[in-house]
Design a protein around this ligand. Structure first.
Ligand code: NAP
Length: 236
């Protein structure tokens, strides 16, 4: 049975600030039921405020995407707050700035790979039984993970991790195709968040509105594609 366009049951990772928080705001505004995850729910003040404004429609659960044990705990708790998911938004991500060739700290590269690449891959694998047939998985990628667009030694840990995440997207798309679950990589634009900085080109509101429109319009024939927030195809 096709998943309804709205309202839906959506899980967003890294939802305490930035694009994740804006996803939660816009999903609630259109009537979705949302599971918002954060590393430290007790400190997620903006999310907890939204829980009060949307009783029964927003649940906040702990999740560290870099820790597979945390994925398993989330999967165990999920049934207490929802009977399934129609949309998984792998949004949580990290960017360590200031890396220079010859001085990339191994621990920083490892942390970035766990958070941005293996984290969303393993989380999707763990949550796949909870995602309805015909559902969708949106992986927040970046133009910096586009191998075809490399023009200098910029943010190497982040770039390597997002390129690896793109491969995870392509592989997950093949694994979940038989259940008609579309899996895509999405570049949100250069956005005014803590990661993007105040000089970035677009607001979180505009980026998320565009991304949700792209996600809404996805069909199974679009699975395994890489798009930006306006729906334009991105080079791998
Ligand atoms: P942000 O403002 O820095 O927020 C990052 C979010 O990810 C925070 O909620 C953070 O939680 C969470 N997070 C980091 N590590 C985590 C972990 N191990 N487990 C769980 N949550 C974790 O970034 P953003 O701009 O909203 O970015 C959202 C996504 O878009 C990311 O995947 C990013 O790579 C991508 N993106 C952003 C831009 C941009 O211009 N902003 C451009 C391209 C792609 P804490 O508060 O606990 O740290």
């Amino acid at each position: 049975m096709p998943v309804p366009s709205a309202p839906r049951r959506t899980l967003v990772t890294g939802a305490n600030r930035g694009l994740g928080l804006e996803f939660v705001r816009q999903l609630l505004a259109r009537g979705d039921r949302v599971v918002a995850t954060a590393r430290h729910p007790a400190r997620a003040n903006a999310l907890n405020h939204l829980v009060g404004e949307h009783p029964g429609r927003l649940h906040v659960l702990p999740l560290d995407v870099a820790d597979a044990k945390s994925h398993a705990e989330l999967a165990r708790e999920l049934h207490l707050v929802t009977d399934g998911l129609d949309l998984l938004i792998n949004n949580a991500g990290v960017l360590h700035s200031g890396e220079r060739f010859g001085h990339v700290p191994p621990a920083q590269l490892d942390d970035t790979l766990r958070t941005n690449a293996s984290g969303p891959f393993l989380l999707t694998q763990t949550l796949a039984p909870h995602i309805a047939d015909g559902g969708k998985v949106a992986n927040l990628s970046s133009v910096l993970g586009s191998i075809a667009s490399v023009d200098g030694f910029h943010t190497p840990s982040y770039a390597i991790s997002k390129a690896a995440q793109n491969m995870a997207t392509a592989l997950l798309a093949t694994a979940l195709r038989e259940r008609s679950i579309a899996v895509v990589a999405l570049h949100p634009g250069w956005v005014q968040t803590e990661m993007g900085g105040s000089g970035a080109q677009i607001t979180p509101e505009a980026s998320v509105a565009g991304l949700l429109k792209v996600i809404d319009e996805l069909g199974i024939d679009d699975t395994g594609t890489f798009r930006d927030w306006r729906g334009h195809a991105m080079p791998w």
